[in-house]
Design a protein around this ligand. Sequence first.
Ligand SMILES: [Zn+2]
Length: 322
Amino acid sequence: MVAAGLMSGAATGSASAQTSAKQLFGAQKLPANLQSRAIGSYAKGCQAGAVALPVDGPAWQAMRLSRNRNWGQPVLIDFLEKLAVDARAHDGWNGLLVGDIAQPRGGPMITGHASHQIGLDADIWLRPMPEQRFDMKERETVSAISMLKNGTRSVDPNKFTSAQFRLIKRAASTPGVARIFVHPGIKKALCDMAGNDRAWLQQVRPWYGHYYHFHVRLACPPGNPGCKDQAPPPAGDGCGKELAWWLSDEPWTPKKPDPNKPPVKKHVMTLADLPDACQAVIAAGPTPGASVASAAVGSAPYVPIEDDAPVAALPKPRPLVN
Ligand SMILES: [Zn+2]
């Protein structure tokens, strides 16, 4: 009996091992009923025992519910809830509009994001939360707001104010936060506004996109075997040479393809490419009592908006981390 059970388990594993991982994980509606754990690395992994960010809280609203991406590791959901409440109490920030976190079992997604795979990444809109609650439809359609002056790499000071500054500073100063990604223009504004208290700026890294929202990445929580941290960001506040490069034309000028290089064949990530533990995450039953926030799951067309502007045409100076 035991042998047969093992064999059928192995057979199931290999049958799905070649399936495109984004199809497989994108089809999961509910979290895996396993001990909570982030597995693998931010852009190649999955999550067990995810919990949902409640659609509404005292100081937050979850957006784009049809994507069913309001799932994360408990440590991240706790972080978001506390950040929301603290920012409202101390920073003049009414509340968080939270965008994509991760799929119920993490993993790669059919649309958007290379990372957000292990339940430790979250996108937070830079648009202040209004006093009123959005209804389900509004959560799909209300747009985030760009912080940039039209057609420039600089923030619009009427949109990016000291309130956003305080919010990002609070997030970056929280223990356990590994990195925060923002547009270079926002990083520049933070550098200019920071004054003498600058240690937190080390966590805030410039990247493409990220002018409608900022992206918070937590470090692997203790007791998560197989969760792979990124190397810590370089020392210093990051307001010097690297930022100057980001604000130059170079990162934004598409490179001409090299005619001597054969075109790179795109590898489709399969379950076999992910850590082995992700097979158990796919095979596990759903967490009892867990439910999907929106009945419209999968039915709303994905609009590649603000949160994940395509950067395919741009050179990639560093491994894609957002
Ligand atoms: Zn993100």
